[in-house]
Design a protein around this ligand. Structure first.
Ligand code: NDP
Length: 278
């Protein structure tokens, strides 16, 4: 269905089994070479999407091998859903021009772009009163400007091509709660939550949906880095969580697939928490 049909409230023409299908959909995932980004890229490819994983060039612990191996051995999950694939590209989300060029390159190769997951992000644990200016600038550049530049680049392509796309911003539970030494990160994630709502208002008339996902603490290299500094932290944080533990990246698959697909066609401007009840 084109934008017109979506805006006219077109009745559902797809059976439930196809509701989550991403066959013939093209996606961009920033920070897609490891952690949550890679997990969500793999999930979308399993449901048939062609997924471009964008990351900084050759970071030492990028899981290039896993991406490549998976791309080579992509299982044919279901004949009805078809085969997806992963592609890799380099880019820096803080560079507006580079993100525009990345979206252009995808459209040039695939003819379209339907889904973006603005996932690239960093964390810092620094006391408020000591926060160096360059660190604060860096976290806002990557976690806030980088999310905007991703949404802009992809949103402009969707608008130009008349594609009723889905843009998903990875925020955090920390965007809604406060804790000591996480001010920079928490501030950046609050901005992502507001950005999601504002983009959703502006892009809805163009048929483009924008939603945020707010994960709780999830085991990735990001949390590993924080936990290395303080080994007792995981137990302390888990004790504050109703489910008593950290999440796994694969536990974000369901909500991301729902938001990426037609299954969530009347959902925009929403934030979905996946945080064990935190
Ligand atoms: P990881 O550190 O494992 O992955 C982050 C990815 O972002 C890496 O691939 C990293 O690349 C990439 N990246 C960083 N800066 C840039 C940049 N300038 N341009 C392009 N890519 C970049 O983190 P997670 O998987 O844990 O986090 C993914 C998202 O989820 C983040 O936005 C994070 O804030 C959010 N989140 C994570 C939670 C958690 O507990 N893990 C909880 C809530 C939210 P490189 O390999 O080069 O460093």
């Amino acid at each position: 269905a084109g934008v017109e049909a979506v805006l006219a409230g077109a009745p559902p023409t797809r059976s439930a089994i196809h509701l989550f299908s991403l066959v013939n959909r093209v996606a961009l995932v920033t920070g897609g070479h490891r952690g949550i980004g890679l997990e969500l890229a793999l999930a979308m490819a399993e449901l048939g999407a062609i997924v471009y994983c964008l990351d900084l060039p050759a970071a030492p612990d990028n899981d290039w091998f896993k991406v490549k191996k998976y791309a080579a051995e992509m299982p044919d999950v279901d004949d009805q859903l078809g085969k997806g694939r992963l592609e890799y590209m380099c880019g820096d989300v803080t560079n507006q021009q580079e993100m525009w060029k990345a979206s252009e390159a995808i459209v040039e190769r695939e003819g379209r772009i339907d889904i973006a997951i603005a996932n690239a992000g960093i964390t810092q644990t620094i006391g408020c009163l000591e926060y160096p200016a360059e660190d604060f600038k860096k976290i806002l550049d990557i976690n806030v400007s980088g999310v905007l530049f991703t949404a802009q680049a992809v949103g402009r392509q969707m608008e130009r091509l008349g594609i009723p796309g889905s843009i998903i911003l990875i925020a955090s539970m920390n965007g809604s709660v406060a804790n000591r030494h996480w001010m920079g990160y928490n501030t950046s994630k609050s901005a992502v939550l507001q950005m999601g709502r504002s983009l959703a208002c502006e892009l809805a008339p163009k048929g483009i949906r924008v939603n945020t996902i707010s994960p709780g603490y999830t085991h990735t290299s990001m949390t590993k880095m924080v936990l290395e500094d303080k080994p007792t932290l995981e137990a302390e944080l888990s004790a504050q969580n109703p489910m008593g533990r950290f999440g796994r990246p694969d536990e974000l698959r369901g909500v991301a697939l729902w938001l990426a697909s037609d299954a969530s066609s009347f959902c925009t401007g929403s934030d979905i928490r996946v945080d064990g009840g935190q």
